[in-house]
Write a protein that binds this ligand. Structure first.
Ligand code: UDX
Ligand code: UDX
Length: 473
């Protein structure tokens, strides 16, 4: 076989990973036709929406790429069969949530979508096809995919032919939401795990269109699959570590931002991922650590498993610690009080709320019978209702609204008559809040709790507000 030139790509899964990743590949490789398919018709319709404000995910810079490439070499559709059939390379970018029931419930990743994707590929793929695992997967999933591909009774080819017809690569995605386009355009590294050199090179050639060769690492399949889990576990561990230190700073008079700067200036430690906050969220960290602990237990490494479990325990503790602290500062009760929540997404610059610390914190506060007015520049009222498992209430009827919440369209609106403001996401606009206006808008004594160290609390204090910042002793 001579070198393989990819002309048609199919990506199964038009989510936070599949959408931006394929958009950047389409933008950088105009000669490749890319079809993103998804079983969710509503999502595909949004991707095809003429109004770019309606794209199903918010990601800075994504709209510009979509307007350049959509319907040229980037297509969104629900026609899975046809697009699998004509592809030379198929990316699997479906979700892999934590299993909610059965063996490994609460820890193991649920691979039913990956498995169904593999079955669809076995059934519809034509000719030689390279399968790329994009979703984060437990180590040795490629083996499962391969088994399905070659043994599926829906596969029209003989087992021997199937072995030659498919190659499987692992190419984990390291993009972070909110900076996905920049991360994809300027990756620290691209990781490709596989067995067949020609297949690896076919994928490598795609990245070489914009990524320097020195940044493209090729490894065996298992190292690649495991590296993604470990990268996320290490990042999450740093956040849990710095969050433990934030509590110590609050007790001792040290300041977490100064400590982060001081330790991060050591090259061996590095300055990134040292921002204390309300706890990490997002679709990956918790799920991937749970998956890692499950794998460790499977291999009898209970000590290793316990070590990583603690990263999640500390994350839960930090969320709870912040909730309790707010209650304590408000004289031990928040019943019938109004609290403004600024930011609901799990981090700034995204509308994604998966595992957002705001969900647990808001739920706990509502349990204490307060009234929440929630403002987030990008998260929809519908999404917040789903996450809090409670419908939104009319904002003007504050009396007897214990345990209810309303949706606000501005910071002013959210803070009107509020006893406290809690900043939970680092949205840019929270940096420049006009505290003189907010102070007269709130009910005294009023508090500002900044869990992201983003607001100008000196200014808030000078306007007579009580302030608290994470890790500020
Ligand atoms: C991510 C990553 O792919 C994974 O690595 C990470 O571990 C968690 O999920 P993401 O893009 O963030 O995926 O998930 P999501 O936004 O839920 O998108 C997945 C898409 O796949 C959904 O739109 C879903 O409808 C689609 N899907 C799922 C299919 O098209 N076919 C299926 O069989 C299952
Ligand atoms: C993460 C990984 O960074 C990315 O490489 C992987 O592909 C997917 O998972 P993501 O979850 O999108 O990306 O965002 P990330 O920037 O890692 O933030 C995760 C959570 O950690 C957020 O809730 C964020 O607010 C929090 N965080 C991050 C901190 O609390 N402090 C920090 O210093 C950094």
């Amino acid at each position: 076989m001579s070198s393989i030139k990819i002309q048609k790509i199919c990506c199964i899964g038009a989510g936070y990973v599949g959408g931006p990743t394929m958009s950047v590949i389409a933008d950088k490789c105009p000669d490749i036709q890319i079809n993103i398919v998804d079983i969710n018709k509503e999502r595909i319709n949004l991707w095809n929406s003429p109004d770019l404000n309606n794209l199903p995910i918010y990601e800075p810079g994504l709209d510009k790429i979509i307007s350049r490439c959509r319907n040229k070499n980037l297509h969104f559709s629900t026609d899975i069969e046809k697009n699998i059939a004509k592809a030379d390379m198929i990316f699997i970018s479906v979700n892999t949530p934590t299993k909610t029931k059965g063996l490994g419930a609460g820890k193991a990743s649920d691979l039913k979508w990956v498995e169904s994707s593999a079955r669809q590929i076995a059934k519809f793929a034509e000719g030689y096809t390279i399968i790329v695992e994009k979703s984060t997967l437990p180590i040795r999933t490629a083996e499962t995919i391969k088994n399905i591909l070659i043994t599926s009774n829906q596969n029209k080819y003989k087992e021997k032919d199937s072995l030659q017809r498919f190659d499987i690569l692992s190419n984990p995605e390291f993009l972070a939401e909110g900076s996905a386009i920049n991360d994809l355009e300027n990756p620290d590294r691209v990781l490709i795990g596989g067995e067949n050199k020609k297949a690896i090179n076919a994928l490598k050639d795609i990245y070489l269109e914009w990524v320097d060769e020195s940044k493209i690492l090729s490894t065996n399949l298992w190292s690649s699959e495991l590296s993604k889990l470990i990268a996320n576990a290490f990042l999450a561990q740093r956040i849990s570590s710095i969050n433990t230190v934030s509590a110590l700073c609050e007790q001792t008079g040290a300041d977490i931002s100064e400590v982060s700067l001081a330790i991060g200036s050591d090259k061996r430690i590095g300055k990134y991922f040292l921002e204390a906050g309300p706890g990490f969220g997002g679709s990956c960290f918790k799920k991937d650590i749970l998956c890692l602990t499950y794998i460790c237990q499977h291999y009898g490494l209970s000590q290793v498993s316990k070590y990583w479990e603690e990263v999640i325990e500390i994350n839960n503790w930090q969320k709870k610690r912040i909730t309790n602290l707010v209650i304590e500062k408000l004289f031990g009760t928040i019943s019938q009080k109004k609290i403004a929540i600024l930011g609901f997404s799990f981090k700034g610059n995204t509308n994604d709320t998966r595992e957002s610390p705001a969900i647990d914190i808001c739920k706990e506060l509502l349990e204490e019978d307060c009234y929440l007015s929630i403002y987030d520049p990008k998260v929809s009222v519908k999404q917040i209702s789903i996450d809090l498992e409670k419908p939104c209430t009319e904002p003007n009827k504050i009396i007897n609204q214990a345990g209810k919440w309303s949706f606000s369209r501005s910071i002013m609106d959210a803070s009107k008559n509020a006893d406290a403001i809690i900043i939970l996401t680092e949205w840019e606009e929270f940096k420049t809040i006009d505290w003189s206006q907010i102070a007269v808008n709130m009910r005294s004594p009023s508090w500002v709790f900044d869990t992201r160290s983003i607001a100008d609390l000196n200014e808030a204090k000078s306007q007579g507000l009580n302030t608290w910042r994470v890790g500020n002793g």
